[in-house]
Design a protein around this ligand. Structure first.
Ligand SMILES: [Zn+2]
Length: 371
């Protein structure tokens, strides 16, 4: 869902109308991670069946065959409270990693697309792809619906897992029909902005036009390598020390905007206060503050009401903008060693199996990890 400012009494403008007019679209994401922390989603399968089992959970997060339908309904209901748009998204498939054919993989996307068409979403996103080849297949299917298509890869500056550079990836996605291209998930805001910069340069060199989009993690991941944060030993249950602050998000939103990105959002780790920080940083450009700012004085200004004078002394932008936060962990290294198994499409360990991983298979993996 992409919340923007509320303009009552008018028909909603579509995604491309907004981007073509130079407006900033703010992308709300990361709902699966957020639901896991609230006990509605199991880490591992990461299937958001909470949309069916606990619709109130999805509703109160303002995010947004049966699971997708229910999720669309919730997203639409919440979006209609403001001037937000609803996106239907498809992402990488285990079938692609298991080397299934283009036809087989496209059949999976088409099945998901049917639901989004039935629910009349505002636009479509092919997101979270590690291989541009598969993302292109997704875009080709999504284009069949005649709605605007955005496409994001979960890659860093080194490119996709087949070694295709970010610039080349962007060109292929745009040529396949994506009106908006960029990156989501897997890397921190700094890396995502750097990757989209390479995409922008690739598009310019090929004289191909597309809007730009970023939906990074809300975690610092300078040490994660080509595969992204899933290679970090802290993934997914000990990432908390890496969470970015709202002030980090201010810097990210400004950097993305200055680069020319107009679809600016977040993915795993993002909480509502992070999304609000994007809207607050870009309030001068957008012309308004988000409703959530009513309870948030800009740059800590609300602290002028604090009882303790040394906290009142923090009621200013320079304090928060220049603060280097301590981690609070005296014996904690600042970086960790990523797993870097280098396993991707075609590897036997990635072949999809119907049954759960067996004890013996797990033992093999545990042994491999200890080396
Ligand atoms: Zn994510």
């Amino acid at each position: 869902m992409a919340p923007t400012g509320q303009k009552s009494g008018q028909a909603k403008k579509g995604l491309l109308e907004r981007l073509d007019a130079g407006e900033v679209v703010i992308g709300d994401g990361g709902f699966v991670f957020a639901l896991e922390k609230r006990g509605y989603v199991k880490a591992g399968p990461w299937t958001p069946e909470a949309a069916v089992e606990h619709p109130e959970a999805g509703r109160c997060l303002l995010n947004g065959q049966k699971v997708n339908e229910a999720a669309c309904d919730i997203a639409r209901e919440v979006a209609n409270e403001g001037d937000a748009l609803v996106a239907g998204g498809v992402s990488q498939t285990p079938s692609y990693l298991s080397c299934k054919s283009e036809t087989e993989v496209k059949t999976i996307f088409r099945k998901q697309l049917d639901v989004f068409i039935k629910k009349n979403v505002d636009f479509l996103i092919a997101e979270y792809f590690e291989h541009v080849e598969e993302a292109v297949w997704a875009v080709e299917v999504l284009k069949e619906a005649g709605k605007p298509v955005a496409a994001t890869l979960c890659i860093g500056t080194e490119g996709d897992l087949n070694g295709v550079t970010p610039g080349e990836c962007a060109v292929r996605l745009a040529k396949a029909g994506a009106s908006v291209v960029g990156v989501n998930c897997h890397f921190d805001p700094t890396t995502c902005v750097a990757t989209v910069k390479l995409m922008k340069e690739g598009l310019a060199a090929a004289k191909v036009k597309a809007h730009l989009m970023t939906q990074p993690l809300a975690y610092h991941t300078p040490d994660c390598g080509k595969q992204g944060f899933i290679d970090l030993p802290e993934f997914p249950f000990a990432l908390e020390p890496r969470i970015v602050s709202r002030w980090d998000i201010h810097k990210y939103a400004r950097a993305a905007y200055d680069l020319g990105v107009r679809y600016i959002g977040g993915c795993c780790g993002f909480e509502p206060y992070h999304t609000r920080a994007i809207a607050e940083e870009l309030a001068p450009e957008r012309g308004f503050l988000p409703p959530g700012s009513e309870k948030h004085g800009s740059w800590g200004s609300g602290l002028d009401m604090h009882t303790k004078p040394w906290v009142r002394a923090r009621a200013r932008r320079e304090f928060w903008e220049t603060l280097q936060p301590a981690s609070g962990r005296p014996y904690c290294p600042s970086m960790s060693k990523p797993s870097a198994w280098g396993v991707t499409k075609g590897d036997t360990q990635l072949m999809q199996q119907r049954e759960a991983t067996t004890e013996d298979q797990l033992k093999e993996l545990f042994a491999k990890q200890s080396f």
